[in-house]
Design a binder for this molecule. Sequence first.
Ligand code: HEM
Length: 489
Amino acid sequence: ASKRHMREAVKNINGPYCVPLIGPIHLAYGLTPQNVFTKGVNLGQKYGGFIKIWLFNRLIIGTADPEINEQILSSSTNLSKHRLYGVLHRWLGTGLLTSDGAKWHARRKIITPTFHFKILEEFVEIFNQQSAVFTERLTTKADGKTPFDIYPYVCSATLDIIAETAMGTKVGAQTDTTMAYTAAVEETTRITAWRFLRLHLHNDIVFMLLHPFKSLRLIKNLRIMHEFTHKVIEERRKTLQQRLKKETSVRDHYDVGTKKRMALLDVLLQSTINGKPLSNEDIREEVDTFMFEGHDTTATALGFTLYLLSRHPRVQQKLWKQIHHLHGDENSRTCSIMSLNELKYLECVIKESLRLYPPVPIIGREITQDFKYKHSTLGEGIIPAGTELVIAIYAMSANHFVYENPSEFMPERHEDVKINNGFHYLPFSAGPRNCIGQKFAMLELKVALVHVIRCYELLPLGESIEPVLGIVTRSKTGMQLGLKKRTKH
Ligand code: HEM
């Protein structure tokens, strides 16, 4: 698209002063993973929820506007991800999160049934077992006075869960505490987020020349992560082959729609697209994608929720009472989907934590075709092809028009089911490219929280969290709290 057409199309959109041919260097200067959240929210407060920035020759439009979000996200056009996702390609290839066009469409179609309600019902058993291990591991920390960072614990629990459910493989992250994979993911996402904010480092060669140490760390981490996922695939392949030998057809056993549904990795190992089976590389990129997306986001959500509960005793007590009312003193009782449905307040607690600290703080799209929108105050307009669109998920939680005292942790606000009707609440995104693991994540979080809350009281000990951008939201100080074993009532 011509730049003149683009400038003309967006002239009604507000935005900060941009130095001609360069951009808002005064804003970009000193941008760090720590201050990016406040700077983003300040920008929104000053210029509104729909703003434009010219950066060199690039047009970036940021939206925290529910009307624009709804039209963009619900549309079946403009589904391509922002070019910045490219820095993830060496790690995740072009799996579901990072692929576009026909490839994305074909993959989404074969993967969607693997997160069907029926299969989630079967996963709940694994959520229970792994949550019991997680709760047991915390015993040594429950002295009632010493703060500790709970993040590494939640991280290995969610990794065990995604591996055993979607991949059908036990990796024992909670029992083998020396596992290099989680540390490699942590460092990779930290370095990548830092790199995200430095435009000149997006090029691989420039990055390698200017930051050889960080670059070498990334290469080392990539090797660790790929070796790990390779092992997961090979183990499952072996198991499947052994089963094939025993049964005339694996499909007899996993008859889709009637008996058991197939989990993700089994589907990948046996699917065909256009008559061809998936290559090893095709499978690896999806396994890498789901291993990462499936554990890191949920770990962040669980960690922040536990932290918030530790700092809000009233909320914690109310939640515990509900759980206790349902389970009594039977701490070993497993959760079923039905019993979880009764815990309405638990759902509100998770929703509120995801509002305050959305694990995926921003998402980006590349606008490939002129996009016509209608807005109640801006009128009709066009987001021109060539625009880089950023949806600021985290900035919307600070919206004073929607939320009373937006910075407060108040799960009760979600009891009014209408509150999240609009497109201002998007922790899982929305529309055709929404989070495929949304129901999986909500169930997993519920089970894990029930297990922890009925055993321990969470105490407000240790440093406060300091959110930082690490692809997923992280905290610079970790997620510190204390634990005390609950006594029987
Ligand atoms: C609380 C936990 C989670 C949150 C907050 C979350 C959030 C999101 C968001 C915001 C997106 C859109 C990303 C974008 O447009 O770039 C997304 C996509 C995705 N999520 Fe999640 N997610 C969570 C858990 C999970 C889990 C457990 C899985 C896997 C089991 C998963 C797998 C994916 C995949 C594969 C995509 C890409 C979907 C596509 O483009 O078709 N996520 N998630």
